[in-house]
Design a protein around this ligand. Structure first.
Ligand code: IPE
Ligand code: IPE
Ligand code: MG
Length: 237
């Protein structure tokens, strides 16, 4: 048993649309309510001494949703990034966005860059927000970079190691997630941290993301603490 809380918690925040639909509301209300759950989760991580929190906010596939929803999500992202930074700064949170950020609107990118700058000296909690994130795109771009290093004569084929690949991912320098929670009853990764999740523990809950709070968070952490992580080795106990 680990007995300890996860050092790095990652969450696939799912179920906003279904939460809204169940109340006869537009899907967008689910996303707004989801922001409350993000605030709660950040506080709970600080309280439980968790050092890294990665939240899956928008996938490379989510661009395929109706324009209205995509635009609403981008606006919400921009607004929250601007509004939440002062409080996050006060809480000692360092904010980082992971994903292909180059294709985002200037306004969204500026708010992201500002959040990086404003919180870069904090280290109580490292908060990574995965936006326009897709694990396959991440791996593809890192493999291209490595191939170019080989072509340029800066790297020998034998020096391509799994550590080097990890270093070239958006999550470079961030430990692999110990626990991945997915809300809303779906039991899949949906292109999230495929490489990094090699030895992660998983916790799936039917709770929809806007309803996710202390009770379910603590249930997940307690459940994690009872797990025996073997990493392919033999445990005698
Ligand atoms: C997760 O909730 C948020 C994003 C993917 C942006 P969904 O919007 O996927 O909600 P459901 O799964 O349709 O209920
Ligand atoms: C995964 O949820 C992406 C995010 C939580 C941002 P989706 O709702 O997009 O995933 P699928 O379509 O159910 O696999
Ligand atoms: Mg969903």
């Amino acid at each position: 048993m680990t007995f300890l809380p996860p050092g790095h918690l990652a969450v696939i925040m799912d179920g906003n649309g279904r939460w809204a639909k169940a109340r006869g509301l537009d899907r967008f209300h689910g996303h707004i309510q989801g922001v409350e759950s993000i605030r709660r989760t950040v506080e709970l991580c600080i309280e439980h001494g968790i050092k890294y929190l990665t939240l899956y906010a928008f996938s490379t596939e989510n661009w395929g949703r109706p324009d209205e929803e995509v635009n609403g999500l981008m606006e919400l992202l921009c607004k929250c990034t601007v509004n939440e930074v002062p409080e996050l700064k006060k809480q000692g949170v360092r904010v980082r966005f992971i994903g292909d950020l180059d294709i985002l609107d200037d306004k969204v990118r500026e708010s992201i860059e500002n959040s990086h700058r404003e919180t870069r000296d904090n280290d109580k909690l490292h908060l990574m927000l995965a936006v326009n994130y897709g694990s396959r795109a991440e791996l593809t771009s890192s493999l291209k970079e490595i191939a170019n290093m080989v072509i340029d004569g800066d790297l020998a084929i034998d020096d391509i190691t799994s550590d080097l690949i990890s270093e070239k991912l958006y999550t470079s320098g961030i430990p692999d997630p110990d626990l991945i929670i997915r809300t809303s009853g779906e039991c899949r990764l949906s292109n999230f941290l495929l490489w990094q999740a090699a030895y992660s523990e998983f916790y799936f809950t039917d709770v929809l993301w806007p309803d996710f709070g202390r009770e379910e968070f603590e249930r997940a952490i307690e459940n994690y603490k009872k797990r025996t992580r073997r990493f392919g080795l033999v445990h005698n106990k």
